[in-house]
Design a protein around this ligand. Structure first.
Ligand code: PEP
Length: 258
């Protein structure tokens, strides 16, 4: 039995509108309230698109659901970085967390390990809690390089920020082949990689490795959350598609509270 507090985080990706978000938040508030005290044991977070952060934070109010962004600029402060959003700005509109290195950003927007590590550092420097996404493609898994890929992605952050910095964030293991595909890693496959990540960090610092929360992401839904979260090194989930449906997200939170 570990003492790590589970987290269920929703990545809304580039979905939503003012009207749709308001309905989703209403559903989350009602659904989570109906779970009662069970939700006290779980951290909950939603990550809407940038432009909706302030409104969603306002609508969530005192619900206990935190708000995070899906990305941030690697530079801190203000400056001539057209189109970028700094960590301080995210804080100002109500964010406590930020996702860094999501596989869609790595694959579609050319974010490499070094840039992801710089973003991780920028998040910490601006008072945000980073959620570092790591994970292998199907090709990499089939080639037997899952451990090497995940190790490289984790090591890049350790090299740039130091191992203590990992203790101030979370990691999300998200096998790329399971994201948005409906194909979930089996609990055993997830556990294997989560244990590997923890072991890798333990080579630097066993205490940080033991307390760090490692979320699983990749087609998590109400129907599979419970068995995934039952794994000893799985500390909750980063949820994409299913986080856009209040009922599903609430059921996933309930699964983490067991
Ligand atoms: C994600 O976007 O981080 C994700 C895990 O998506 P999905 O749950 O839809 O696979």
């Amino acid at each position: 039995m570990n003492t790590r507090r589970p987290m269920v985080a929703g990545n809304w990706k580039m979905y939503g509108s003012h009207a749709a978000n308001a309905a989703l938040v209403e559903g989350l508030r009602e659904g989570l309230a109906s779970l009662g005290a069970a939700t006290d044991a779980v951290d909950t977070l939603v990550c809407p698109p940038f432009v909706y952060l302030a409104a969603v934070a306002g609508q969530l109010g005192d619900s206990g659901v935190a708000v995070g962004a899906q990305n941030l600029c690697a530079e801190t402060g203000q400056g001539a970085y057209t189109g970028e959003i700094a960590g301080q700005m995210l804080r100002e509109v109500g964010c406590s967390h930020v996702i860094v290195g999501h596989s869609e950003r790595r694959a579609l927007y050319g974010e490499n390990d070094e840039l992801v590590a710089r973003k991780y550092a920028a998040a910490l420097a601006t008072g945000l809690t980073p959620i570092l996404c790591v994970g292998e493609t199907l090709q990499e898994r089939d080639a037997g390089s899952t451990s090497a890929v995940v190790a490289r992605q984790v090591d890049a952050v350790i090299a740039h920020c130091g191992v203590a910095a990992l203790g101030r964030g979370l990691i999300a293991y998200e096998p790329v082949w399971a994201i948005g595909t409906g194909r979930t890693a089996t609990p055993t496959q997830a556990q294997e990689v989560h244990a590997f990540i923890r072991g890798r960090i333990a080579e630097h610092d066993a205490i940080i490795a033991g307390s760090l929360r490692v979320l699983y992401g990749g087609s998590v839904k109400a129907g599979n959350a419970r068995e995934l979260f039952a794994m000893p090194d799985v500390d909750g989930g980063l949820v994409g598609g299913a986080s856009l449906k209040a009922e599903e997200f609430v059921a996933i939170v309930a699964a983490a509270a067991v």
